[in-house]
Design a protein around this ligand. Sequence first.
Ligand code: 3HC
Length: 744
Amino acid sequence: MAFCMRGRVAMLRVAHPPVNSLSLAARKALMEGIDAAEREGAQALVISGAGATFPAGADIAEFSNGGHLVAPTLNCLVERLHGLRIHTVAALHGTALGGGLELALACHWRVALPSAQLGFPEVGLGVLPGAGGTQSLPRLVPLDVAVQMVTSGSPLSADAALAAGLVDELLPPAAAANAADAAASGGYSLAARLAPLPFDPSRSLPLRPAPTAPGGADAFFSEAAARVRHGARGLHAPLLALEAVRAAVEAPTYAAGREAEAALFLQLAAGEQAAALQHAFFAERAMSKARGGGEAADIARAAVVGAGTMGCGIAMCFANAGVAVTLVEVGEAALARGLEGIRAVYEASERKGKLPGGVEARMRLIGGATTLDVPALREADIVVEAAFEQMDVKKEIFGKLDALCKPTAILASNTSYLDIDEIAAATSRPQLVAGMHFFSPAHVMPLLENVKGKQTSSDTIATIMQLGKRLKKKAVLAGNCNGFIGNRMLEGYVAEALFMLEEGCTPSEVDAAMRGFGMPMGPLEMSDLAGNDIGYMARRNHPRPTERYAGGIADRLVEMKRRVALGQKSKAGWYDYSAGKKPRDDPAVQALIEGYCREHNLVRRQIAEEEERCCLRAPTPPARPQPQPPPRVRTIKSATTQSPLPPQVVDRCLLPLVNEGFKVLEEGIAQRESDIDMVYLFGYGFPRYKGGPMYWARHIRPGGLPKVLSDLEKYGAVHTNVSHWKPAELLLKVASDVTATSKL
Ligand code: 3HC
């Protein structure tokens, strides 16, 4: 913290890198600075931030105590500023977020650089602004703007903040390196003008009248609640944040509104969603940190081999990051189709106003070639192969690339399952070979699994991790195994969904249960999206001859003669997509399932409704054919209804996935347990407010890991010929440690 007097103006600068979060030390220093300003007889006070930003919020690491901060709390600081009778100016640059913005609102004036962002991201951490933000903001800006900021978490640009009345003055632009000084000196020049003038109490937000709701509070807040509930997707915080804003309108005094806000804040801060979201905040930042050092090389030119959906998406990622890229595809027609597809995506973004610089600027960065032997490929710093998912195809391409590319070029494969070491063995540079597994559609999905082979060098890893950041991906480092982290863990998840079809569920029952849990889609909808042919091939490439076979019905679906049931891309899969992307139940699929069950003497039952029986019933078909009862077909109302099903469908899908997560961890395929969580958040849409599958199993599912273990054992005792119920060694150890600790 830096404090100095400039004439009658006290200058206070928060210095707590990297984001000036308002930790205990920062709060103490601010309090001392305010005391010093009073001692020195200052007539105005400027608060600004050092380095990259004005304070970006409370220190999230201090939230572990259910939101109770050690004094002086942010509230003490805000009260202290409210009590001052001198002019106070917040000088904003960078990101004035959360508690940082509350600090600014406790000042009488706010000036900002045009590049500044102002917002209340608290709902994304499962809480709400807890230091007066929900009471002060609506006294300053229109009520709908306040509601939007507090409930969505989205920041306002400085321009928009000026228009809303949140900022009083925009300062001239400044280069990032000078931003802190420029903001402070802009703050000083306003403070110096104010210093000789009498203090104006109407600038103090607690002294302003309560806001009124246009059209009356009931109508305004019930309409807002409907909108917020829709956008919240299971998150509690936005609705409680709305309640806090309502208190600003309806509480008899500012202080009473603050009390309501504090109660709602503590309610949220003590909840499991807040803990899960805060876990996700730190895990998201940890995932990009690859252990093992290494020096990243710069990537100036890239090439992508294969102009299918994945190849085109990857090429767009490079172009979007400003990296020149050449797309290689055999055959003019296929290449042209790929490039046209890319252009169409860019044109659609431009129509929505979401393509700064326009279509041509992006297209100029993407070249095309129909052979590998072109200068652009020979000069590329990295080549990402996104060709057909078959080992011999990949090996041939890598052999050719090795011969053509410059010796320092990294050769990466976008394979989702195949062995990186075997691919690397087709080259003379295994240290420069790695996996870069993008998720489809690659230009949209945030996750990137960077896969390390046995011989991949640490410099290669550092380079592709840095490249991931540049491509705006959530990059995670994975070890080499079938399916890496994400897809490997999916095997048991999908297998159980398929077993449950044999045992009595309909596809929409299974999917609705997983959607009810919070997944954006169920396992069968996901298979339709990816293409059912992928699972079909995976079952052939990795047979498990000694185990119960999961693909009986799924194989038939793909092999159906009357159509190609590959999923969304063929408008038919587990569901009917003939009328659009919304899945509709398909009687032909139900008939296929029931026919298969009849043929194999599988007795269908009500899995969802009889928990114990369901858990404990052996799935093996009876030895002799028996007359079958007519299969029960229940319909789930709509794809978006909350699942009424009890949790065993969820357990049967998720427990094998978590168990595999522990195997992934014990084999060193993932660097950290939290990386696995992030793979599922960013690659599969696992609900962020549940923290990820490993976090859910450890902290949210009742009974924690000891119960996960005992349930795995319970299922495993029945499903004896399915290996995904066999507990991972690491889970056995961790669960027993948890049990031992809980007995202390
Ligand atoms: N508390 C603690 N640590 C924080 C933090 C915070 N509020 N914000 C960022 N950090 C840490 C990160 O964990 C990271 O640490 P690491 O280097 O050890 O991994 C480091 O600061 C840098 O963060 P980023 O990598 O995210 O840096 P970027 O430059 O990419 O982004 C940012 C900067 C936009 C400020 C981003 O960090 C961010 O969004 N931070 C959180 C802001 C926020 O949510 N504020 C509200 C907090 S809740 C609150 O204020 C409650 C109040 O109302 C009572």
